[in-house]
Design a binder for this molecule. Structure first.
Ligand code: AVJ
Length: 331
């Protein structure tokens, strides 16, 4: 794996396997768009434009998961800090760290130096966030990492932390299939020490009448976010997609317990993607499955952890019980 450590003026950056990105994106597009059910991994939503659109989604009235988790972190920051405050905080998928700020503020109030290690797939967002945090918090020591951690939570071992709390918030786990989630939790547990903690934010099962609008908002921001992956294929891989020829679809798959997002071809069409030397063909109404967002119950979360050698120690909910922040330790 390519590793590069850059000392910025005010924080250290680990740059992991960035060289590989263009190649993996090309391979995933070639593979996914020729499968019987076409699909693309949701991580490709998050280029700079996609990350901004996601931030906009978080401000939408319909998109409750963000606000529910924010409510939990702001209400219970002191309690959560009491559980993990002695540990360096590693955050997988930190994004703009708005929610994490509530925790960081609890660290700051203790007036002791603390280490925050954000890991994110979007380099721009990561650097911007780290820059802002060093200015805002005087006791913070930031080690940032640009990495795709999903298939490899072990990347965080590059931080060489003795004791740590690993936070995986924002229902990012929801993007993994239950099988991938089990694997991810098992591998994360494998790199935890006996005093370490694992903090997990998951969206809970609820009525589709609440779930579906969260992924199909009236303003069409989620539609733009979904369609952004086609723009990205266009400018990174020489695609010739006309995003207007695709329609955003969000549905709740009750059997799998997840929201599914698709892009549905409005007509039969052939779309060349120059850099992979292939033309992708679409039937009218054929879809590209772009995201699954799994929803869990508290019991399912406990079981998922248990099978990964983790024991559920604390749970925090928002007032409506839409979302759960769970604290695990090694079993
Ligand atoms: C980033 C995985 C939390 O599943 O809710 C928001 C992203 N997708 N709207 C989610 C998302 C469409 C999202 N997570």
């Amino acid at each position: 794996m390519e590793t590069e450590t850059i000392s910025h003026k005010r924080f250290q950056l680990h740059d992991m396997d960035v060289e590989l990105h263009q190649h993996t994106f090309a391979r995933d597009v070639a593979f996914g768009l020729t499968a019987p059910q076409k699909w693309l991994p949701p991580k490709y939503f998050y280029d700079e434009r996609g990350s901004r659109l996601y931030e906009q989604i978080c401000g939408l009235r319909e998109y409750y998961p963000y606000r529910a988790e924010l409510e939990i972190l702001s209400t219970y920051a002191t309690e959560i800090y009491a559980e993990i405050g002695r540990l360096a905080l590693v955050e997988l998928g930190s994004g703009n760290a708005t929610k994490t700020r509530h925790l960081l503020t609890a660290y700051e109030r203790a007036r002791r130096p603390f280490r925050y290690c954000p890991v994110d797939i979007s380099r721009e967002i990561l650097l911007g966030t780290a820059d802002r945090l060093v200015q805002e918090y005087s006791h913070i020591d930031i080690r940032a990492m640009h990495a795709d951690f999903a298939k490899q939570p072990e990347v965080i071992q590059a931080f060489q932390l003795e004791k740590k709390a690993v936070a995986f918030l924002g229902s990012t786990l929801g993007n993994f299939t239950p099988k991938e989630s089990a694997e991810f939790l098992r591998r994360t547990a494998a790199i935890l020490g006996p005093d370490d903690a694992f903090l997990l934010g998951v969206d809970l099962k609820k009525s589709p009448a609440i779930l579906v609008p969260a992924y199909d908002d009236a303003q069409g921001i989620t539609a733009a976010f979904n369609l952004n992956v086609l723009h990205r294929i266009n400018y990174e891989l020489g695609g010739r997609f006309d995003p207007q020829r695709f329609e955003h679809v969000a549905l709740y798959n009750a059997e799998r317990g997840c929201i599914e997002m698709h892009l549905r071809s409005r007509l039969a069409q052939h779309v060349p993607v120059i850099k992979i030397e292939q033309t992708m063909s679409f039937r009218k109404d054929e879809t590209i499955h772009t995201e699954s967002s799994y929803k869990y119950t508290e019991d399912e979360v406990r079981d998922l952890g248990y099978r990964a050698n983790l024991v559920l120690r604390r749970t925090w909910f928002d007032a409506r019980r839409y979302f759960l922040v769970a604290l695990f330790r090694l079993r």
